[in-house]
Design a protein around this ligand. Structure first.
Ligand code: RIB
Ligand code: CA
Length: 325
């Protein structure tokens, strides 16, 4: 039984791997990719998404829609210090690669309304497009079967500030709209979950490198900048919260512990802007999300490794993919 879903993404590094899982997992039915301002420059994010489709041999199979190029209220904040430009230095001839003309928010609303209760969404960037879809169509939250978001931390450290995780920090107002909207909502947080269960160590990266497939080489390239940054801040490898978010939708059995929470977002304090207050059900606040607390990390790592072992024929040559002779 395949899982139809839309991936809303700020495509760089782990977003690319999340997209590969959505393209290649036998249980995935990726219907569309919608782009949102986040990690790196918007045009570069689109190029990163097209290269990801190409390396999977799926260029042209999945429509790419362009969404919001800035947050709802605040100015855009980049994560280029973490990811570089998110491409790992890879390039491609993009001639003829055209995103769809329809705006991503219109596509999200339309596709959910065409199949009410059937289509899920995995949002792995700032939640600007999702919030705009909620504001655009009062039925959107009800039409979406299941929304999985990579967002916030569960009573744990942030990453872009001590208090805030990047996706929520970039657009806290959008996150606030989404958490109040009434989705069937699952949250994959940064801390403690990602830092414990979704980091690929250098040993694991070395094992992936031995696969020798185009996908394994792509993984190594796009993760290289983030590996350097992560290690510089004491994380022993590359972090993969986005591909974990897709994995949680496609393989719910990966989740070994999750809880009912009330999640609220700080939208005004400069000190804690983007903080996600995740109340674990003892403060009399209404549940609005299921937060993943633990996953089978070994099974998740194996899932990604098995996916990267897939032999694909890239639709177009990617410069930098094969080490110079
Ligand atoms: O904080 C982690 C999130 O921000 C992930 O979506 C990753 O892509 C980074 O940009
Ligand atoms: Ca992301």
């Amino acid at each position: 039984m395949s899982t139809p879903f839309i991936l809303d993404t700020d495509t760089a590094q782990d977003d690319c791997i999340a997209m590969l899982l959505g393209l290649l997992d036998p249980g995935a039915d990726l219907r569309a990719v919608t782009m949102v301002a986040g990690n790196v420059g918007f045009e570069q994010q689109v190029r990163n998404a097209l290269m990801t489709l190409a390396v999977a041999g799926r260029l042209g199979d999945v429509p790419v829609f362009l969404g919001s190029e800035r947050p709802l209220v605040r100015p855009w904040v980049s994560a280029e210090n973490v990811h570089g430009d998110g491409s790992g230095g890879l390039g491609m001839d993009f001639t003829g690669c055209e995103p769809e003309r329809e705006h991503a928010v219109d596509a999200l609303v339309r596709m959910a309304a065409e199949a009410p209760g059937e289509l899920s969404v995995v949002a792995i960037g700032p939640l600007t497009n999702i919030a705009l879809a909620v504001l655009r169509d009062k039925d959107f939250a009800r039409n979406v079967k299941h929304l999985v978001v990579m967002a916030g931390s569960n009573n744990g450290r942030g990453n872009i500030t001590a208090a805030a995780e990047f996706n929520v920090y970039v657009d806290p107002h959008a996150a606030d709209v989404v958490f109040r909207a009434g989705f069937q909502l699952t949250v994959v947080p940064w801390a403690p979950l990602t830092l414990r269960d979704a980091v690929f160590s250098r040993d694991q990266l070395a094992a992936i490198a031995t696969l020798g497939t185009p996908l394994a080489r792509f993984f190594e390239r796009v993760c290289s900048a983030t590996l350097a940054f992560d290690e510089s801040v004491g994380i022993p490898g590359t972090t993969h919260p986005d591909s974990l978010s897709v994995a949680v939708l496609l393989h719910p059995e990966l989740v070994t512990r999750a809880g009912a929470y009330n999640v609220q977002v700080e939208t005004s304090s400069e000190l804690t802007l983007g903080y996600t207050a995740m109340s674990w059900g003892v403060h009399g606040l209404p549940e609005n999300a299921r937060v993943v607390e633990a996953v089978d990390a070994g099974r998740f790592h194996a899932l990604i490794r098995e996916m990267l072992a897939t032999e694909t024929t890239p639709d177009r040559p990617l410069s930098g993919l094969v080490p110079e002779a």
